[in-house]
Write a protein that binds this ligand. Structure first.
Ligand code: AGP
Length: 608
């Protein structure tokens, strides 16, 4: 995710900003920039790529300054480029803004501002903010920022500075974190703790709906209506490494816990409060969806598992046949793909060689090519006719977690979009599904409370050499994903099977030493799955069930039951995944494995 740093004080501003941005590098970024206020006016310097490029540019320009703001951008709206890099300006070049998050209503705001005569020079959602500040500025900068944030819907952490109206920085938070660092005769603001650590450990975390007016020797907190919200600072004791992980011991655990936020970002601007779905920004009025005879999904690893769930969702909701292929197989099997087909490449990184090769194969055969991808501007998105970004934020742990669940949310949106375009579902049913999706982030939060239970299960099972994961229907790919997660980070053999297939072979493995993880939420195949639980139990197998809250029947039969909240059937895969991620994580810890960098694996596999 993007990073923010701001400083006001007597140190050399550019040094503090650049140093702060470097301490945010771990968050991932594709471009960066700073705006520095000098005696004779503001200086804006931005660059694509590494912070070293920015430093290089700064070397030739201004050094000192009085205050300034900086940003590392991880693209969400608009490709990585110097123009799209923050800070962004208004038409007059007086107001500068850096922003983390997503502005859901930016298109409507942008159209209104353009109609009022504003000139836009970037493809970002952020640029509406400086123009709104310009609109509202009447000599009071703080008031202008306040009115601007009141117009903005979505998630934001905003830090703004002005070349007029005094020596101050104004910050505002709704959803995206901002933290103040308090010094003597100087103050700091950042999206995260690491940039503050060399200077101060006295911090104030902004709350949602709060603004901060920051000057050299004062920090004032107010709500979005201008009412004061005073608060004491706290002293943090984190090391730099702990701060990067926001206090979590590993990136993987941090990323598991980020899932409610990540899914909310996937849905932002695509799903309204009533449950209406729109992917028009990404897909336009694509005729391919009206005419397509079949859809092919190509992907690898965890993304392939998301594709299998996508098949289920698209076939059920939009009624088009969907074929899912391992990308490494697709290109070599002379696939029956042509101009009447849609091919979707799913890839977190957008750089996986096998997936890219499969996508190229589809393009060569004339298919309409789409991608579902987490990295804006990646190769997958560049070769595609259309891309749905998952907006999960950078995923650093090699084991994919939040990228997977956001892919599921994006596929659910896509299935509903196609269903609407083709008239396969009535609007009220689409809205019912949309509302179920809106509930998912809060339901995941409840599942995350199961962490201690997953940890104690891991302590109990860490020495077992082999696991079977079973699921039916939409839970079958989750069984495969659970097994993959366990394999890749704890190096324990595990297999994911469709529960109905067990009797055709794997049942021979079942004995008193065989743990079987059964995914059995109360959905349409629940009864059938219960039959498989019986089959395991009569052979003395150990059943660890993931089931719906209040299911006493399974609790009596299984040896251990992890309860997830009751949800709509198509949301269950997102919820059942989370305890499996936590279980694998704690198993890896128990076995002393390197959770974030498992042996032999790379975050993105760019070779065939
Ligand atoms: C997931 O935990 C894996 N590390 C791996 O299977 C991964 O999903 C696969 O390599 C595909 O990566 P991509 O989504 O970036 O294309």
């Amino acid at each position: 995710m993007c990073g923010i740093v701001g400083y006001i004080g007597s140190r050399e501003v550019s040094n503090v900003l650049v140093d702060g941005l470097k301490r945010l590098e771990y968050r991932g970024y594709d471009s960066c920039g700073v705006a520095i206020m000098e005696e004779d006016g503001p200086t804006l310097v931005r660059s694509v790529g590494r912070i070293g490029n920015l430093e290089e540019k700064l070397r030739g320009i201004a050094k000192t300054g009085q205050f300034g703001i900086g940003h590392t951008r991880w693209a969400t709206h608009g490709r990585p480029s110097e123009d799209n890099a923050h800070p962004h300006r208004d038409c007059t070049g007086r107001f500068f803004v850096v922003h983390n998050g997503i502005i859901e209503n930016y298109l409507a705001l942008k159209q209104g501002l353009i109609a009022a005569g504003h000139r836009f020079v970037t493809a970002t959602d952020t640029e509406v903010i400086p123009h709104l500040i310009e609109t509202y500025y009447d000599g009071d900068f703080e008031q202008a920022v306040r009115r601007a944030v009141q117009d903005v819907e979505g998630v934001f952490g905003i830090v703004a500075m002005s070349a007029v109206g005094g020596r101050s920085i104004v910050a505002a938070r709704k959803g995206a974190p901002l933290v103040l660092g308090l010094g003597t005769g100087e103050n700091f603001i950042a999206s995260d703790v690491p940039p503050l650590l060399p200077y101060t450990r006295e911090v104030v975390f902004l709350k949602d709906g709060e603004m901060a007016l920051i000057s050299n020797d004062n920090v004032e907190l107010k709500d979005f209506h201008g009412r004061s919200t005073p608060r004491r600072s706290e002293t943090i004791t984190w090391s730099a490494e702990m701060a990067e992980k926001e206090g979590y011991p590993h990136f993987m655990l941090k990323e598991i816990h980020e899932q409610p936020r990540a899914i909310r970002d996937t849905l932002a601007g695509r799903l309204d409060a009533a449950g209406n779905v729109t992917l028009r920004n990404e897909l336009g009025a694509t005729p391919a969806f009206m005419t397509a005879e079949q859809i092919h999904i190509v992907a690898c690893g965890t993304s392939l598992h998301a594709g299998l769930i996508g098949k289920f969702l698209i076939e059920r909701l939009a009624r088009i046949p969907v074929h899912v292929d391992y990308a490494s197989e697709f290109r070599y099997r002379e696939p029956l793909v042509g101009p009447k087909d849609i091919v979707i490449g799913i890839s977190q990184s957008g750089e996986t060689a096998d997936t890219l090769a499969g996508m190229k194969e589809a393009k060569d055969r004339g298919a309409f090519l789409m991608s579902i991808c987490n990295v804006v501007g990646s190769q997958a998105s560049r070769v595609s006719d259309a891309t749905i970004y998952t907006h999960a934020g950078p995923e650093i742990g090699v084991a994919s977690t939040k990228a997977f669940t956001t892919q599921l949310a994006a596929l659910y949106l896509l299935a509903l979009h196609i269903a609407r375009e083709r008239g396969a579902l009535p609007p009220d049913e689409i809205r019912r599904h949309g509302q179920a999706l809106r509930a998912a982030p809060d339901q995941i939060r409840q599942v995350l409370d199961l962490s201690p239970m997953c940890e104690s299960l891991a302590a109990r099972f860490a020495k077992y050499p082999s696991f079977l994961y079973l699921g039916r229907g939409i839970q079958y790919p989750i069984a495969m994903e659970g097994a993959l997660k366990l394999k890749e980070i704890s190096y324990i053999h595990a297999e994911g099977y469709t529960a109905g297939e067990m009797k055709h072979g794997p049942i021979a493995l079942i004995d008193g030493e065989m743990p079987v993880v059964v995914l059995a939420p109360r959905d349409s195949v629940y009864r059938k799955t219960m039959g498989n639980v019986e089959e395991v139990k009569v052979r003395d197998g150990i059943v660890i069930a993931v089931a719906t809250e209040g299911d006493n029947e399974i609790e009596e039969k299984a040896d251990h039951t992890v309860f997830i909240p009751e949800a709509s059937a198509f949301i269950y895969p997102i919820l059942t995944t989370v305890p499996l991620q936590l279980f694998s994580y704690y198993m890896a810890l128990q076995r002393g494995c390197d959770v974030d960098k498992p042996r032999n694996l790379a975050k993105s596999v760019t070779v065939e």
